[in-house]
Ligand binder design. Structure first.
Ligand SMILES: Cc1cc2nc3c(=O)[nH]c(=O)nc-3n(C[C@H](O)[C@H](O)[C@H](O)COP(=O)(O)O)c2cc1C
Length: 172
């Protein structure tokens, strides 16, 4: 698919079909995503692919409202990065975005669920997820990406949504 079409088609999908995503597809998506640029080429991002329904349900319970899409998602990718990198957050965000774009190319859909700096009932969501999937101490969790075959239809984006006033030339 042409990149521009992928960008238009990428929407946050929060309802997924009860259909497994082939392991090879998941490996292909994460491998390509890990080619994303990173500060000083430090490549601090590591991913945990979760397909175990019980574990996905536990992750969902760390932020039940905002992670509602994990109720039907057959896959949850936990996006983590080594916090010793000064650009870990940026690097992890780019990888997460690549995953979302690659998903579209495979006829899949996704939704970003934010974990870092979020809390639920007084508990830090990123730490809860870290414990659930046994992420080492020196890694931070930025977000989780719910992934699967879409079970809802959303209009693709289009360029009329873009506010021209947000584009500045030479000076603001
Ligand atoms: C940094 C970030 C955090 C987000 N956190 C959540 C979240 O916790 N739960 C959720 O359902 N969607 C989340 N989203 C998805 C946004 O709500 C969504 O991208 C936005 O409404 C635009 O819709 P679209 O993705 O269909 O273009 C997040 C997106 C980003 C980029």
């Amino acid at each position: 698919m042409e990149l521009k079409d992928v960008i238009f088609k990428r929407r946050s999908i929060r309802k997924f079909k009860n259909k497994e995503v082939p392991k090879e597809t998941l490996i292909d998506i994460v491998k390509h995503a890990l080619l994303a640029p990173s500060g000083r080429n430090s490549r601090p991002v590591e991913l945990v692919i979760v397909t175990d329904k019980e574990l996905i349900a536990k992750i969902q319970s760390t932020r039940p409202g905002a992670f509602g899409f994990l109720q039907t998602a057959p896959v949850c990718i936990v996006v983590t990065a080594n916090k010793e990198s000064s650009t870990w957050q940026e690097d992890a965000s780019i990888v997460a975005t690549y995953i979302q774009l690659l998903a579209v190319d495979y006829g899949l859909a996704s939704c970003w669920g934010h974990a870092y700096n979020r809390s639920h009932e007084g508990k830090a969501v990123d730490i809860e997820i870290k414990n659930l999937v046994r992420i080492p101490e020196n890694y931070n969790v930025l977000c989780v990406i719910g992934l699967g075959y879409p079970d809802e239809v959303k209009e693709p984006h289009n360029l009329t949504e873009v506010e021209e006033r947000k584009i500045h030339w030479e000076r603001w």
